[in-house]
Design a binder for this molecule. Structure first.
Ligand code: 5AD
Ligand code: SF4
Length: 446
């Protein structure tokens, strides 16, 4: 049986895509392997969001070339595919820079991967085959039905692409225009997941709250409507969604956080920068005040909600005073968790062409100050849980024998002694201690 090795960089959507590709390849007889040396087919699923992520592909390809040469010497063939967002953005450059690559496939063409593999194998290798068109055919319709997984949690892409064109972001170029799947398609995939034992589904989209897929009534349904529909699936205990743009937080979605018990009290809501001048230059189309008002409305609907965000430091022209506004906004909101990044100029985006780029030294220094504040907020958030008993969905074995790791409703990792059968169950855990990144406690009988 031929073996496929897949390495995934970047976001959760790439994780989802990798799973779907492995499923499609298993229909072709491929088995997944965790060892690069054993792989007849090597797939790198890449991320273009920041320069560092994109450059990883080329360093990885160096290692892949070595392994391929060793396998060649043993008479074993190895096919190498680069897929994902770097493939989309830099297809011809990959082919030119890394002759080891046989196939370059963009995120909208995954359903054609099995056919492309046959094509690559059938011809004498000259240059990589590149498929980065945004095809007319719908990849979700063409991919084989979702395989039954046996994990307690799963990702489910409901929306892809983005029409917002923030001036720092490559997503509108790598993933294309906003596209929503139909409610029926999403629901049938969710039901398959739940039939296999999935208890928690995270709905994914680059701008997921802009979801407007066709509903059973032929109308465009909102994300809140989709969530209410999925919440009716018996056996499904938890729903989450990510990532959201503040301006697409519709009233019904805010309200859903207060009404729908299966929708977890956690929201990832990037604000990117705290100064209005920078927000305007980023084309965010909201101010810091708008964000604070939105947070207040969300908290009014669900006072318990844990907020998470994305923040960029050192966008072109950002002054010290403007960076201080970012720190102030963080102070005012109070986050349970956050991701922060140094601005990275990306080819083709308007931000990259701006003259007043901030030096790396200043970005590094600002990032460190921001991270310190975010870490202290995260630790303070976790500290509040000591003594509380919260429901934990156990997902996987912990590092110590007899231990399982699960998630709280607020997406914290929770460690507890638990029997193996507790995997996939939601059990009350009394929190006894906390760290910056996790909680620990004991299971209390329900
Ligand atoms: N530089 C730094 N961070 C970026 N992000 C997106 N584009 C860039 C960039 N050019 C961050 C944003 C986004 C997250 C997924 O990555 O904060 O929300
Ligand atoms: Fe990376 Fe964005 Fe593509 Fe996800 S969508 S893989 S984060 S560039």
């Amino acid at each position: 049986m031929p073996k496929v090795f897949i390495r995934t960089f970047g976001c959760q959507m790439n994780v989802y895509d990798s799973e779907r590709m492995v499923e499609a390849l298993s229909e072709k007889g491929y088995a997944e392997t965790a060892s690069l040396e054993d792989a007849d087919l090597v797939i790198l699923n890449t991320c273009h969001i920041r320069e560092k992520a994109a450059e990883k592909v080329y360093s990885d390809l160096g290692r892949v070339r070595q392994v391929k040469e060793e396998r060649d010497a043993n008479g074993q063939q190895t096919l190498v595919a680069v897929v994902g967002c770097v493939a989309q953005a830099e297809g011809p450059e990959i082919a030119a820079r890394a002759p080891v690559v046989d196939l370059v496939v963009g995120p909208q063409s995954y359903h054609r991967l099995p056919g492309l593999i046959d094509k690559a194998q059938a011809r004498p290798k000259t240059r990589a085959l590149i498929d980065t068109a945004f095809p007319e055919d719908d990849k979700f319709q063409e991919l084989p039905e979702r395989a039954i997984t046996h994990a307690p949690t799963a990702f489910l892409t409901v929306q892809e692409g983005c029409d917002r064109f923030c001036t720092f972001c490559v997503v509108p170029y790598t993933r294309g225009m906003e596209y929503s799947r139909s409610v029926a398609e999403v629901e049938s995939e969710a039901r398959r997941l739940v039939a296999g034992g999935v208890r928690e589904i995270t709905l994914l989209g680059q701008n997921v709250n802009a979801f407007h897929g066709e509903g059973p009534d032929g109308e465009a349904w909102s994300l809140a409507q989709l969530i209410r529909r999925l919440a009716q699936i018996e056996g499904l205990a938890r729903l989450r969604f990510t990532t959201s743009h503040p301006n697409d937080m519709a009233e019904d979605l805010i309200a859903a956080h207060g009404i729908e018990p299966k929708l977890m009290p956690y929201l990832h809501l990037p604000f990117q920068a705290g100064a209005d001048r920078i927000l305007a230059a980023m084309n965010r189309k909201h101010t810091a005040r708008d964000y604070l008002d939105l947070v207040a409305r969300i908290r009014a609907a669900q006072p318990e909600i844990a907020l998470s965000t994305d923040i960029i430091v050192g966008f072109p022209g950002e002054t010290e005073a403007e960076f201080a506004a970012t720190l102030r906004l963080v102070e005012e909101v109070g986050f349970a968790q956050a991701y922060s990044f140094k601005y990275s100029p990306r080819p083709g985006t308007p931000g990259a062409k701006l003259a007043d780029q901030v030096s790396d030294g200043i970005k590094t220094e600002r990032l460190a100050r921001l991270k310190e504040l975010l870490d202290s907020q995260q630790t303070a958030f976790n500290a509040r849980f000591v003594g509380r008993t919260i429901p934990v969905l156990f997902e996987r074995p912990g590092r110590r024998p007899g231990q399982l790791i699960g998630r709280s409703p607020y997406l914290q990792s929770v460690h507890a002694e638990a029997p193996a059968e507790a995997r996939g169950q939601i059990l009350p855990v009394e929190i006894l201690s906390f760290g910056p990144n996790s909680l620990a406690g004991v299971i209390r009988s329900a």
